[in-house]
Design a binder for this molecule. Structure first.
Ligand SMILES: [Zn+2]
Length: 164
């Protein structure tokens, strides 16, 4: 999408994040530009993808399993990862903020579930410790283009172009 075009539509968001495999692939491109990194032993690109669940890897070094959400608030969530990404996008792209009530109705979730989701997404966005991990925010200079940042110890990794 060229600068100046409209923000992503709900339909475009849904198409982009229509299943868990796409959502994990999106997060993996952000967090692991050099290939999957085992959070247990630190091995990079020495993991095989399991077929049982999307986004799951088994490390060939230490034999433990992990996913891109390991060590983040998204780990072992009962919500689809797609819901996290779409919620983060909606939060980040609403310049005046979006209420949990509104978000609950947009996402079709209970208010209480949504409140907790929003709380964790905001904590992720505010985190500057590198513990977490996912910020998805709209870059105002590239209107309509989602710029996702994953805060790591090495600093934020801009993802311009993922949503071209
Ligand atoms: Zn390992």
């Amino acid at each position: 999408m060229k600068p100046g075009r409209d923000p992503l539509t709900i339909a475009a968001l849904q198409a982009r994040f229509s299943d868990e495999a796409k959502c994990f692939a999106f997060l993996e491109r952000i967090r692991w530009p050099a290939g999957p990194a085992c959070p247990h032993c630190g091995a990079i690109e020495r993991a095989s993808r399991t077929k049982s669940r999307p986004g799951q890897f088994v490390c060939l070094g230490c034999a433990r399993s992990f996913s891109v959400t390991s060590g983040t608030p998204m780990h072992k969530t009962h919500l689809p990862i797609c819901t996290w990404i779409i919620a983060a996008y909606l939060i980040a792209s609403s310049s005046k903020g979006i209420s949990s009530l509104k978000l609950a109705s947009l996402l079709g979730l209970q208010y209480r579930t949504t409140w907790h989701l929003v709380h964790r997404i905001r904590a992720m966005m505010d985190s500057d410790l590198g513990l977490l991990t996912g910020i998805v925010e709209l870059d105002e200079t590239y209107e309509g283009r989602l710029t996702a940042l994953f805060l790591t110890k090495a600093g934020p990794v801009p993802l311009k172009g993922l949503f071209a």
